[in-house]
Write a protein that binds this ligand. Sequence first.
Ligand SMILES: Cc1ncc(COP(=O)(O)O)c(C=O)c1O
Length: 429
Amino acid sequence: MSTATILPGIDLSRTPRPSSGFDPEVIDRQSIADLQAVGSDKWTRYPGCIGAFIAEMDFGLAPAIQRAIHDATDRCALGYIPDPWKRRLAEACALWQRERYGWDVDPSRIRVAPDILEILEVFLREVVGRGHAIVVPTPAYMPFLSVPRLYGVNVIEVPMLRRVQSVQSAQSAESSDSGNPAATGWDFDFEAIERAFAEPSTRGFMLCNPHNPIGKVLTEGEMLRISELAARYDVRIFSDEIHAPFVYRGRHVPFATLNELTARQSMTATSASKSFNIPGTKCAQVILTNPDDYEMWMDRAEWSEHQTATIGAIATTAAYTEGGDWYEDMLRYVRGNERLLDSWMRGELRKVGYVEPQGSYIAWLDFSPLGIEHPADYFYKKAHVALTDGRECGRVGAGCVRMNFAMPRPLLEECLTRMAAALKADGLI
Ligand SMILES: Cc1ncc(COP(=O)(O)O)c(C=O)c1O
């Protein structure tokens, strides 16, 4: 395999590269034109803009994945997904869960689907059911609000709470001219969650850990409290753990591993599509720790499995079994980006509402302290930066944007520079 194709536009063959194939120096040299030439949605949907909206990374492919895909095309092995690949993938996913999160999960309980949203659709259709409701903490990943409605499932939005520092330290921070200095974290509003669970139609809860878009990594205590409330009101839990590989502080604990009850309450959805940037290969995994869910899945989700891409199973298996070194190097780089973003948010952009993410590569920025009503439009027009409009993430999202910071670091610097320049030009910072 030629290394020259891992990042199009850059001749990697002349560059000494780390053994993982993840080379920060090469990534740093990627230009907007290079990324547009790759042709991702992120860099083509808004021509001329820095793409910081959709959750894709710009770091090429792990060599193990590229090798596996080349090998599959060499063998012309691209028919419908066969059982042996489903089994290999389930074993690879179980290995990843065991090695990374200490979850000794039985591979026979791991099934495939094209993506997380398809798994959510099965959950909505079969577990929650038409005419019932699902509780979604907000701001939320946008489809968590729109997809349930397609299945006749009502969404009950429960806003997350911004944690505030002690009064004294908040006052001293405010005196340093900070716009929203006191927010140090996010908490669940358990009272509001309990009220929503008590609604007679409520059947499901959307757990997203790490949380997109606020980057919260849930503690065991928080998950146990949710589990306790869910047990009281007979609510099932959809646990989306797609961002589990991106945790900067603390560690990822799969919800289903806490105890027997949480295993029965939850349907876990996971995928290598974020951590290895292969969402277009269409292969996610569902971990069915509730025996009734397993029966249901085997009886009613055949077409979801059938839609899963063989090339995705091949790519994902390679990612989980051979991609560890690339992943570790990638994570170090993304963590560096997070540090860069954080320094801007504590420096030039300190008047913007912000809580440092504990995980994921997404940040939630609140421009309402600056009086900007529609910040996504504002930065699109004034800075040529494409962000997700916070209103798509729930009613609490007015004045906010969701920002993806997994891009080459010089482009992230450019992105933040452009945003700050627009705000300065308008006298807002
Ligand atoms: C929390 C979360 N869940 C699900 C998805 C979508 O995953 P998939 O493409 O596998 O449906 C994303 C994509 O950004 C996400 O951030």
